[in-house]
Design a protein around this ligand. Sequence first.
Ligand code: NAD
Length: 496
Amino acid sequence: MKTKAEWQALRDTLTFPNQAYINGAFVPAISGDTFPCINPADESLLAQVASCDVADVDNAVKAATASFKKGEWSQMAPGKRKRILQNWADLLEQHQDELALIDTLDMGKSISEMVNIDVPDSIDCLRWSAECIDKLYGEIAPTNPKNLALITREPLGVVAIITPWNYPLMMVMWKIAPALAAGNSIILKPSEKSPLSALRIAELATQAGVPDGVFNVLPGFGHTAGKALALHHGIGTLAFTGSSRVAGLLMQYAGQSNMKRVWLEAGGKSPCLVFEDCADIKAAARGAASAIFTNQGEVCIACSRLYVQSSIKDEFMAALLEAAKTYVPGDPLDPATKMGPLVDKAQLDTVTRFIESAIADGAQLALGGVPEYQAGKGFYAKPTIFTEASHEMTFVQEEIFGPVLAVMTFDTEEQAIALANDSKYGLGASIWTDNLSRAHRVSRQLETGMVWVNTWGDGDTTVPFGGVKASGNGRDKSWHALEKYTEIKNTWIRLG
Ligand code: NAD
């Protein structure tokens, strides 16, 4: 791992790609408009980036459609596609420090996390998806022997992908890797708050051999480029990661246009349940702290609701406050930093409002509190913990997307399950218990797409990631991700 001084030196050598990437080349937005990309750690300008809109979306759809019809990629032998994607993964590995640094500068997450998690996870996802694609067999249906029915999986065509800013490279890769491996042409609109790594990897994809027009990137805002993509008749499938509010809008846009298929990975308000039969309370406390303070709490699966069994509340709270002390907001370029700034002033204001509402609603502040913003010094929030919280309070119901935890108690397992499920969201849940039967029993009853037992957030490319209820549909990662990016065709042949 480089030192802080070495990361700063590398930063001075970087030039950021700042135009749209269409048909294998960087181009400005047709309007000439740009938007600023700001480093949230010091509020300095990183780049003015092309701000795409309807006309740019049209151009990208034309390029992607032409590439799909030409068949260079969509009709390429899967084994050959696999090798190109593997070349691309090799290139990403060669540029791993640069990619880590770009995301840290662009959205404020710690460089250690980028180096240890985001970049290796993204490359692994790409390699894994590439490896799958020449192992994806079709089926022959057990029909009457006078017929032959083939069930084949085919690429969909042009897929639009819209992503958030909290894990810029990783959220992008979880979608583009399986979509490209399956033979689709794609148009990616990364978040306007962190578009830089997406532009850089598109350039590297071309270098690796991905044909022009197959991977296009349109930086821009949600209400312009994003909306135009979601309403476009030339797009058959839209894959999205972001808030539940925008996920709902995308379903409307699909209905208003061509009924495009919409895959949604949306928000969360995940519960953490700590039972009295959890043998290592300190480990549970460290896990619970990590579940809310990792990435400044800007994590879809953040466990922002914590339920501890009343009998161990005092012991657990002492351990939790001790564990929380290790999260000290600081310069994300320092490898020792575990918590950087929030992504921008708007997010800091949102977090501030939720903390103020928790105080006004009567929750007891046990750690942290309202951020003390100083203009020009970055958007830092403090790790914040409230006790005496309850489900009538807004900050317990709504996703905050910041380092703010609500602690509540329960007496029985049934109560714990009922409280955990009392949410419009259903993304993840973390259970701490050493009773195996309880772990299975509770896990089965939780209305979430993912459950972690005696840990939080663990997983790799082999397991699906996603939620139920207002947290979305479909899954990223694993074989199940490929299901989203392929169409099933049935060809029925009457034998002579
Ligand atoms: P967001 O919904 O505001 O934006 C996500 C993307 O949608 C951005 O690219 C944005 O430009 C675009 N967008 C916004 N309005 C749009 C519109 N009207 N039409 C089309 N596109 C539009 O979310 P965010 O603030 O970028 O990210 C945070 C959210 O993402 C949180 O709710 C978090 O839980 C969620 N998230 C979910 C997962 C998951 O896997 N479930 C993973 C990461 C983040």
